[in-house]
Design a binder for this molecule. Sequence first.
Ligand code: B12
Length: 227
Amino acid sequence: MMDSDTLRDQILRWSASLVGFAGLEGVHLRQPTSLTRGVAIAVKLSDPIIDDIRTGPTTTYAEHYRRVNQRLDAIATKATTLLLAEGYRAVPIPASQTVDQTRQEGRISHKKIATRAGLGWIGKNALLVTPQHGPRVRLVSVLTNAPLEPAEPITVSKCDDCSICVYACPVGAITGMTWTPETSRADMLDVASCHLVTEKNKSTSGAPVCGICFSVCPYGRKTGLRA
Ligand code: B12
């Protein structure tokens, strides 16, 4: 029998920064599943690397992005192996995989699993913002039928009147709308403009990244932290 604390402690020992368990009953996912729990795993990004993102992504950030994705996928694979060995079903969702290019969607939204797992809220920048590290985290998820204790979902944004990310976006892709679980991504973000700029950055930085909207967030910065 895999209890929640044992699994959380093990995943943290694999050097994850945050772990939470989401109850998936009644939650709409792009790819429907009979699995009832989502394990949300976050790895914190390096502050000096993120602080260096000013007018656009650096090659160091692009490399960090790749390495952190590899680390997240390795942690998710290990957690899956552990759950399978205990007799449960488990499916790792890749950190960074777009399965629908037209709609720009992954198989499952890590951000949705993460808010349901109590890790944070969706900021005006349309990213998961955690109390501990702001939006300076990357995410991965594992779906399972293990009877893990689900967290209290987070449903309220703490961005308040802050709009720093809205003004910082180089292509004006962020609308500034305050998130609730009913807010659609399209209400918050012009995905086409954001996608265009991340693709353009591939040729200069080496990866489809930007990062300005999470670099400027006061919740992640060591100076001027709001909470
Ligand atoms: C496709 C994709 C993109 C596309 C589209 C962006 C987007 N926001 O969807 C493009 C190329 C533009 C992009 C850009 C970026 N991306 Co991207 N991207 C993805 C990917 C692969 C899929 C996203 C997806 O399926 N979206 C579908 C929509 C419907 O869902 P969503 O946007 O995830 O979340 C909405 C809903 O879930 C809802 N919601 C949240 N909780 C709940 C709860 C309930 C009950 C309900 C009903 C709804 C709800 O709120 C959100 C906003 O409306 C994910 C990885 C993944 N599998 O999740 C990474 C991911 C979202 N990207 C990420 C990042 C960091 C970026 C960039 C900063 C680029 C970079 N790395 O430098 C930019 C920032 C864009 C931005 N401000 O949002 C991170 C976000 C980390 C974080 N702290 O949140 C992710 C999670 C990758 C990862 N492994 O960490 N990305």
